[in-house]
Design a protein around this ligand. Structure first.
Ligand code: NAD
Ligand code: GLY
Length: 361
């Protein structure tokens, strides 16, 4: 088992990573929030069928008083009405200001449940129990919570840190292949922006990762959590270095919005990362080998490298509606090499259109 500490003063917490941890969920709950009252277990309709029983058994064995809240699986649920549903269920379930909420599932569950916890009675505690690779390596730590509006991703939200993150690597056994790809895109993102050694570890262990070897996956998840935790500890509210975690997101959010959120976030980030490489080649003349190395690793894992059915111009317009736009200027995280990246405000829209074209098929 590995522990990664996220150092945020009074909001500090641990990320526990290992096998079989859901069976001891109640112990983690007690050690993270020892004075909690009634608990809510929130999950989507898919995760409910596979993992709710294990967590509930652990709660029952320890005599924890809880209510189960289930919403329809899918990004469409991460909405204002989804948020209202959760808060109403939490009230009907008799949660109070000392309650704690367990977010069991992927990034949709974690983002929306975390935001509900941030809003309910002006803020109650919550634990993240991520079950997708994407949620394990990215969305479950760092405290970004929120929901989408019809025309924008994560437009309404709050920073609200979990009291603990419990990552049971065994849950990856049931994760569909395309969801693994989404998580791997975020794993590779962490290497590209900050850590070439980590990127190299993923390259060298690609076969074991594809086989879902639990020891290697534990290392990969812990490595990503260390990178992300380090960034968040330095810059919780994204005034500086944290923006690097948005590599591929300015492009990616445009694809997500124009697909009406049918495109998976991780797929959009992957394609967006390659578009960012293209843009960095145009603006800064970085070596094309950077993109080749990333694309080759994406292909090893079967990650999406291009998309069809889109035109550059509407994608560009969607980017202007994104919350990363500032003062009317588009802002991108662009790689300088594997292991280093920089935020850049870009006014050369022709270069952006060409970068978009480079990932369209
Ligand atoms: P998701 O939560 O929709 O999960 C993907 C699918 O996998 C769902 O159908 C879910 O039911 C299913 N699933 C989950 N765990 C499973 C398991 N172990 N076995 C089988 N099926 C399982 O999507 P996601 O990709 O986890 O998260 C995407 C969301 O995360 C997006 O809304 C994105 O904006 C957000 N996100 C947030 C942050 C952040 O910092 N807060 C970072 C990255 C992404
Ligand atoms: N996923 C980007 C961040 O947490 O800042």
């Amino acid at each position: 088992m590995s522990t990664v500490h996220v150092d945020l003063g009074t909001n500090s917490y641990d990320i526990e990573i290992g096998q079989g941890l859901l069976r001891n969920a109640a112990d983690h709950l007690t050690s993270a929030c020892n004075d909690h009252t009634r608990v809510a277990l929130v999950c989507d309709s898919n995760v409910e069928k596979i993992y709710a029983a294990a967590v509930e058994k652990s709660l029952q064995d320890k005599g924890v008083d809880f209510v189960r809240i289930v919403f329809a699986a899918g990004e469409e649920s991460k909405s204002m009405s989804g948020l209202g549903f959760l808060c109403n269920q939490m009230l009907a379930g008799k949660l109070d200001r000392k309650s704690c909420v367990l977010a069991l599932g992927g990034g949709v569950t974690g983002d929306m449940t975390g935001f509900a916890a941030a809003c309910f009675m002006r803020g109650i505690r919550f634990l993240q129990l991520p079950t997708t690779l994407l949620a394990m390596v990215d969305s479950s730590s760092g405290g970004k919570t929120g929901v989408n509006l019809p025309h924008g991703k994560n437009i309404v939200g709050a920073f609200h840190q979990p009291s603990r993150v419990i990552i049971d690597i065994d849950t990856l056994r049931t994760l569909p292949e395309e969801e693994m790809h989404c998580g791997l895109a975020e794993v590779i993102k962490h290497g590209v922006i900050l850590d070439e050694t980590y990127f190299g570890y993923v390259e060298e262990n690609a076969e074991a990762i594809k086989q879902r070897n639990p020891e290697v996956l534990t290392e990969v998840v812990a490595g990503s959590c260390r990178i992300k935790g380090g960034v968040v500890s330095q810059d919780e509210k994204e005034h500086g270095i944290r923006a690097l975690l948005n590599l591929g997101h300015t492009f990616g959010h445009a694809f997500e919005a124009l697909s009406n959120y049918k495109m998976r976030h991780g797929d959009a980030v992957a394609v967006g990362t390659l578009a960012a490489c293209d843009l960095a080649e145009r603006l800064w003349s970085i070596s094309p080998e950077i993109r080749s190395r990333i694309e080759s690793l994406f292909k090893t894992f079967g990650i999406t490298c291009s998309v069809s059915g889109y035109e550059p111009e509407p994608l560009l317009q969607a980017m202007y509606g994104d919350k990363k736009t500032m003062g009317g200027k588009l802002r991108f995280v662009l790689p300088q090499k594997i292991g280093a990246a920089k935020v850049e405000a870009v006014t050369d829209t022709d270069a952006v259109l060409c970068a978009l074209q480079s990932v369209l098929s």
